[in-house]
Design a protein around this ligand. Structure first.
Ligand SMILES: Nc1ncnc2c1ncn2[C@@H]1O[C@@H]2COP(=O)(O)O[C@H]2[C@H]1O
Length: 342
């Protein structure tokens, strides 16, 4: 049975969600008819769903056998019958009742998503039914718009499609990376090890490049929010078609001999401050790699960014991230020979 958004919004915390999230919850919520006399849940037992009363009467019975009767006129029916986990009360249907049930983990995810969107994650335009042309948004991204047409043709030949379920973990933080992904349909979230939502992904967005470029483990988990489809490319194809063509190099000599009318450049060192303490290229700006994504908004599109190669594979990842964000960037070869000055 489908649930109307008005009914959903009469319960807390759904009343705080915007229309887009309400649709997401409505897709996942279930209306359940329960006959009189049914024990809906038992005190002290974990219960995987949050349950709300839509119609009928329910008795909530606590450990002292005190009974709190809830009906649609009760103010407290706006909250879940099982507020705490595990619950402090047992719930018994005193009449035939209709319940609204929402998976607790899913509810947490949607709430976190909606809260984080107030801060930094732009989720505008993401919806369950986002039929954006994933291919055209992919091709318009700064990274892909720089690729030679022959590479793009090859990419589409070598991509393989994979259907994914809602809640499926496509990438697990800490695992080794074998594939690069593009979201063809559906929506997904990028989640850090502490469970914080870092980004919302929509069709045409790509992910999973950092572990491949840096030859490290996955730095976040990517989990589907809805069913959908991903296109994936194996590590070798990614390297040949997407990584090598994007990385560009400069030597100190080329930097010194840049024409006077060339745009200004900024040398960037993505090592940790501790690593720079002894030696660094004079005039370089320190943006440790783990802070680069958050700092791109403070960079200038009229400046050329030159990342020093003394950070090992981190400079490749940094250059890749800067290219993705649309910056003109290079790797400075043999940066260690420039510690006395360029
Ligand atoms: N802050 C972020 N915003 C968007 N995507 C991210 C963020 N952090 C990590 N990712 C993506 O999540 C992926 C996890 O696997 P990788 O480390 O291979 O590559 C990572 C990026 O593609």
């Amino acid at each position: 049975m489908a649930i109307s958004l008005d009914v959903l919004a009469s319960f807390a915390p759904f009343n705080t969600l915007n229309h887009e999230y309400l649709i997401q919850v409505a897709e996942k919520a279930a209306l359940r008819d329960v006959p009189k006399g049914t024990i809906i849940f038992k005190r002290g037992r974990p219960f995987p769903e949050k349950v709300y009363l839509v119609s009928g009467t329910v008795d909530l019975i606590d450990s002292a056998f005190q009974v709190n009767t809830i009906n649609p006129a009760s103010e407290s029916r706006r909250s879940p019958l099982n507020i705490t986990q595990p619950t402090q009360v047992s719930a018994v249907a005193k009449s035939d009742v209709t319940l609204l049930a929402v998976d607790s983990d899913f509810l947490d995810l949607v709430l976190a998503w909606s809260e984080s969107s107030d801060e930094e994650v732009d989720i505008s335009g993401v919806s369950l039914h986002d039929d954006n042309d994933w291919m055209s948004s992919l091709l318009q991204s700064p990274l892909f718009s720089r690729l030679p047409p022959a590479n793009i043709r090859q990419l589409f030949i070598r991509f393989s499609g994979q259907k994914v379920q809602a809640d499926e973990v496509v990438i697990k933080q800490g695992e080794r990376g074998d594939y690069f992904y593009v979201l063809e349909s559906g929506s997904a979230t990028v989640i850090d090890p502490a469970g914080k939502i870092l980004a919302a992904l929509r069709p045409g967005n790509y992910f999973g490049e950092e572990a491949l470029v840096g030859e490290t483990t996955r730095n976040a988990t990517v989990k589907m929010l809805t069913p959908g489809k991903v296109m994936r490319l194996n590590k070798e194809d990614f390297r040949e078609l997407l990584q090598e063509p994007v990385l560009r190099y400069l030597t100190a000599e080329e930097l010194r001999n840049r024409p006077a009318d060339a745009p200004p450049y900024q040398i960037v060192d993505v090592r940790l401050p501790l690593e720079r303490r002894l030696q660094a290229v004079p005039g370089s700006r320190n943006i440790p790699l783990n802070q680069l994504r958050n700092n791109v908004k403070n960079l200038d599109f009229n400046t050329v960014y030159v990342v020093t190669d003394d950070s090992g594979r981190r400079c490749d990842v940094a250059t890749h991230l800067l290219s993705q964000a649309g910056f003109d960037c290079y790797i400075l070869r043999d940066a260690e020979s420039c510690y006395a000055g360029i």
